[in-house]
Design a protein around this ligand. Structure first.
Ligand code: GLP
Length: 243
């Protein structure tokens, strides 16, 4: 196992530390960056945006490939991951629309849309660096407990805990959270050259401990990280408390 653990002593340092880990894994030209949504990676995106604004980093020739998207939400919906990737990542990093790959949550054939995501990743030559967060139940992307480690991009049904966790983006109503999503598979994620996982807050401490220190098991999807050759986990003190 080769997981590098970086614990940020204060929240201001977490973003720059994560950004350094991401940039270290990117080739100098035409990088393929796998991007995650959620609150956890926001300091990372802010740090990359600052470095871009300062002229220290130019990722405008990147391809950004999303981990997942809710079914039933279009890109015009601010709660969609398409909207998140555009506003929080592509915009600040000056990546043009042609370089942004997020499955269409309104696709008439979601299975075909998921297959197209898998094909698009292969066509890109593979993800150089995958950014990820971890769900409180140990999920990675929307790969819920029980997902096969060799799974590919597909349509999934979200678990009750995941819909509860994400209810904060839907007026605190778990029933308003879409029931299904398209996600990259665990096997898809595992093929990335390196993976940078951002974990913040006491609420994630048990999940992080199970993922990194527990048995490698489909019961904890993120435990697959223990088998990857190049993972960096950037955590704050609260999330790292049980390691
Ligand atoms: C969602 C996403 C995951 C993300 C997780 C954690 O379920 N599909 O990719 O890692 O939320 O989100 P947060 O960082 O907001 O806790």
């Amino acid at each position: 196992m080769s997981i590098r653990l970086v614990v940020a002593d204060d929240q201001d340092k977490l973003g720059p530390l994560a950004a350094a880990a991401v940039l270290a894994g990117l080739p100098p030209a035409r990088p393929v960056l796998g991007v995650a949504t959620g609150d956890s990676p926001l300091p990372l995106y802010a740090a990359l945006a600052r470095a871009t604004a300062d002229g220290d980093v130019d990722l405008s020739d990147s391809t950004l490939i999303a981990l997942d998207e809710y079914l039933g939400l279009g890109g015009a919906d601010p709660r969609s991951y398409t909207a998140f990737v555009r506003s929080r990542i592509a915009g600040p990093l000056a990546v043009p629309a042609a370089g942004v790959v997020v499955p269409d949550g309104l696709a008439t054939d979601p299975d075909a849309e998921a297959a197209a995501l898998e094909a698009r990743i292969a066509d890109s030559g593979g993800v150089d660096v995958q950014i990820a967060g971890i769900g409180r139940n140990g999920h990675l992307g929307f790969n819920e407990p029980g997902t096969a480690f060799d799974s590919v991009s597909r349509v999934v049904t979200l678990s009750a805990p995941t819909r509860e966790d994400n209810a904060r983006f839907f007026g605190d109503d778990p029933e308003a959270v879409p029931r299904q999503a398209i996600t990259q598979g665990l096997g898809t994620i595992f093929r990335a050259g390196s993976i940078v996982v951002i974990v913040r807050g006491a609420g994630k401490a048990a999940a992080l401990s199970a993922a990194l220190r527990g048995p490698v098991s489909t019961a904890v999807p993120a435990s697959i990280l223990q088998r990857h050759r190049a993972v960096t986990v950037v955590a704050d003190r609260a999330a790292a408390a049980m390691l």
